[in-house]
Design a protein around this ligand. Structure first.
Ligand SMILES: N[C@@H](CCC(=O)N[C@@H](CS)C(=O)NCC(=O)O)C(=O)O
Length: 202
């Protein structure tokens, strides 16, 4: 199995952490969506990372679809996203909020990094950042600081997506997460000690 993408991409890292948590052996090709356009587009015509090339020859794209496949194949009785019901909805809702926060954060970064300075529209950046911050703040408000995980009393895809969104906000976008979302920051500090998270640090 070959994971295509660099772990500084929050979407790629989400997949890398999931593979590690399921104990699935894989190789990784460190390609970036912008730095390695040609190679990435060979793997994924959309030109985005991550892509996951399976032993069968099939290549999966989009982190959500990839982790869904990993849950189905390796998740057993307790997949990182529950298979049905209220528990599934709760995990998917947090994951959607956190992945959406990443999308908005990256739109802000792209506005700054992919336009000439005179064409950068600051109000758009501010609006994207506001949406990102509101999304993570909404999850922050639900956190019980005495609980080790966000939901269900165990590690789920909610925690993984929260981890990568908080890191993107703090490291990639300079948000003071310690001050703005302290409970989420405490959670990500704890998770960062765990092997699947530590070993995928870019
Ligand atoms: N919804 C996708 C988003 C993937 C994505 O946007 N990846 C970025 C890297 S962080 C990328 O490859 N961007 C290059 C581009 O959009 O051209 C997922 O969850 O995998």
């Amino acid at each position: 199995m070959l994971l295509i993408g660099v772990n500084r991409s929050p979407y790629t890292r989400r997949v890398a952490i999931t593979l590690k948590l399921y104990g699935v052996p894989y190789e990784q090709r460190d390609l970036s969506g912008f730095g390695n356009r040609v190679e990435v587009r060979v793997a994924n015509p959309l030109g985005r990372i991550p892509a996951l090339a399976l032993e069968s020859g099939e290549t999966l794209i989009d982190s959500g679809a990839i982790v869904d496949h990993l849950d189905e194949t390796y998740g057993g009785e307790k997949p990182l996203t529950p298979r049905t019901g209220a528990d599934r909805r709760a995990v998917l809702k947090v994951a959607a909020m956190m992945m959406g926060a990443c999308d908005k954060g990256l739109q802000a970064a792209y506005e700054r990094n992919h336009h000439p300075p005179e064409k950068v529209h600051q109000p758009w950046i501010d609006d994207c950042m506001a949406q990102m911050k509101q999304a993570v703040a909404a999850i922050e408000a639900t956190i019980d600081p005495t609980a080790p995980h966000l939901l269900l009393g165990r590690l789920t895809q909610a925690d993984i997506t929260a981890f990568i969104a908080e890191r993107l906000a703090r490291v990639g976008l300079g948000v003071d997460t310690e001050a703005e979302i302290p409970k989420l920051r405490a959670l990500t500090r704890r998770l960062a000690e765990e092997s699947a998270f530590r070993s995928t640090e870019p």
